[in-house]
Unconditional design. Structure first.
Length: 114
């Protein structure tokens, strides 16, 4: 996990590649009072409730394995803030019954649904 305080990055982790990736992305975003979590061999949905239960967490913009873009605003004083994220691709159609079955099986496989 990498937390960006007002002036400094504070980080912790157990995988140097993920730490480096978090630091690189945090520097690119360059917004204080935010944090980034990168995980390997895990699904974001499985840790989302634990992250939400942390009293310091005010908002979660996304929990995804998809590539995403972070939308940043800069005010006239040069202060920066995260406005949101763009996650995923445009819709390609409507889910079929087979698609629903596959989605439900996948969610069961990762332990999200029974």
């Amino acid at each position: 996990m990498l937390y960006i305080h007002r002036n400094n990055c504070v980080f912790d982790g157990n995988d140097q590649d993920l730490i480096d990736l978090a630091i690189k992305n945090a520097k690119n975003i360059n917004c204080g009072h935010s944090f980034i979590i990168f995980m390997k061999n895990a699904f974001p949905i499985n840790v989302l409730n634990a992250v939400k239960s942390c009293s310091e967490v005010c908002r979660i913009y996304c929990a995804t394995a998809n590539p995403l873009d972070v939308v940043v605003a800069v005010n006239s004083n040069g202060n920066r803030g995260i406005m949101g994220v763009i996650d995923g691709a445009p819709t390609v159609g409507v889910e079929t019954e087979k698609d629903q079955e596959n989605r439900k099986k996948f969610l069961q496989t990762i332990g999200y649904k029974r």
